[in-house]
Design a protein. Structure first.
Length: 426
């Protein structure tokens, strides 16, 4: 009887901890989204009014609907069909690569006539791709979707399902622990890269490595993968003029050419970002009082929105955001410790690594610690695909929390609870 009471108290404590971590995660997410909306309004209102703010509200609404739907899907269904989700997105990425190939070989006139082909007008001519990359599928009504944002979720689900349903011996083997899961995962990473999206390739690869490590894959195998990835990254930088210019501009600010300045590549954005942060000081210029947002800093409402936040709210504002991202990570790892199965644990830990690490890189870029990458600040930067995918991730976490709360509650109710002393005097 005493043992039963102790077990019940332990389960009650776990439920309380799960509620606390879940509540903290919800609070942090709401605060980050709110900060993002405030900064999008501040950054773009003087140039285009509330257009981007209203669009972001729409994306958040769509993301919330998607997150709610994901949170209500039975976990067994997600595990069973996770590979189909990954295959579908790999097909979308492959189609984008085919469009890019046709654009290079046959010309933009043919490529842009194909369905869903991304395009833009440059110097009065229609060209395939957007900003030089084939990352988006363009649907009617001007709606564009970036499949690479959703591939991260698909890979996360696939790897969590794969490693979560294997024993330790299988996970630690080379063939079934590395080769088998890396075939579809590696193809997805290559498909993201061939769409000219190196930054998403890198961040997704980091998440893959983290999940493998947390799942228990042998360290020497992971080290081999890291060496291969590092060599590949160096080769990719050395074979691209734009990437080389960005790295050189980051390492040697004085060596950039006038053409690099005109193209707004290399050190250009970093220099203006550093000027924005420097102008903000400790407490900032004040809300809506940024100077660099007025057609000076490119991508101010997307990749470099943290720089505008730093200019308006100073170092204090950036530290608040960094604390929120840290709490986001800690709450997810706290939830993962209370999960009753390995799949749920890996999902929480994967998201707990992916989103804060992306935030770290973005903040590092705008402050000059890393070269320009094109990664957005999670929940804060403007972006449809990014916002929707992030809220779907939150839906996955909600699914995990609901499922684990249900299991813990059922366990508590199944315990036989009797009073410690029984009185038979009457």
């Amino acid at each position: 009887m005493k043992r039963g009471n102790e077990n019940t108290r332990d389960i009650d404590d776990m439920l309380k901890s799960l509620f606390i971590y879940t509540g903290l995660l919800l609070l942090v997410t709401v605060l980050l989204i709110s900060i993002g909306l405030i900064m999008i309004a501040s950054t773009t209102s003087t140039s285009v009014g509330m257009f981007f703010f209203n669009r972001q509200l729409i994306w958040i609404g769509v993301g919330l609907v998607g997150g709610v739907i994901i949170s209500r899907i039975p976990p067994a269904f997600l595990v069973k069909y996770s590979h189909l989700f990954l295959i579908a997105l790999c097909i979308a990425l492959t189609y984008l690569f085919i469009l890019r190939f046709i654009d290079k070989v046959c010309g933009s006139e043919i490529a842009t006539k194909l369905p869903l082909c991304p395009s833009e007008i440059v110097n009065g001519k229609l060209r395939g791709g957007i900003k030089g990359g084939f990352r988006w599928l363009v649907f009617p009504m001007g709606v564009s979707i970036q499949p690479s944002e959703f591939v991260k979720i698909a890979i996360l689900l696939f790897l969590a399902s794969y490693y979560g349903t294997r024993d330790d011996e299988t996970i630690r083997s080379f063939y079934k622990g590395i080769v088998v899961p890396m075939v579809p995962t590696g193809y997805a990473l290559l498909a993201i890269f061939f769409g000219k999206d190196l930054s998403q390739t890198v961040i997704t690869a980091m998440m893959v490595g983290a999940i493998m490590f947390l799942a228990g894959v042998k360290t020497r195998y992971l080290t081999l993968l890291c060496v291969i990835a590092a060599v590949a990254a160096i080769c990719l930088v050395m074979t691209s003029d734009m990437r080389r210019a960005r790295v050189k501009g980051w390492l040697k600010p004085q060596s950039q050419t006038e053409q690099a300045k005109l193209d707004k590549t290399s050190r250009y954005q970093l220099k203006l970002s550093e000027m924005a942060l420097g102008g903000g000081g400790m407490l900032g210029r004040g809300f809506m009082k940024s100077i660099m947002k007025n057609n000076y800093l490119p991508e101010a409402h997307t990749d470099f929105i943290i720089a505008i936040l730093g200019e308006e709210f100073g170092l204090f504002g950036i530290l608040v955001v960094m604390v929120l991202y840290t709490l986001f990570m800690l709450s997810l790892f706290g939830i993962s410790k209370l999960c009753v199965d390995r799949i749920s644990m890996l999902i929480c830990q994967g998201i707990g690594v992916l989103i804060p690490f992306q935030a770290l890189i973005n903040i590092g870029v705008v402050s000059g610690f890393f070269p320009t990458t094109g990664l957005t600040a999670p929940f804060i930067s403007y972006g449809g695909s990014s916002s929707i995918s992030l809220l779907i991730c939150m839906g996955l976490v909600s699914n995990v929390c609901i499922n684990n709360m249900s299991i813990h509650s059922t366990s508590a109710q199944s315990e036989t609870v009797l009073p410690r002393k029984l009185n038979f005097s009457n």
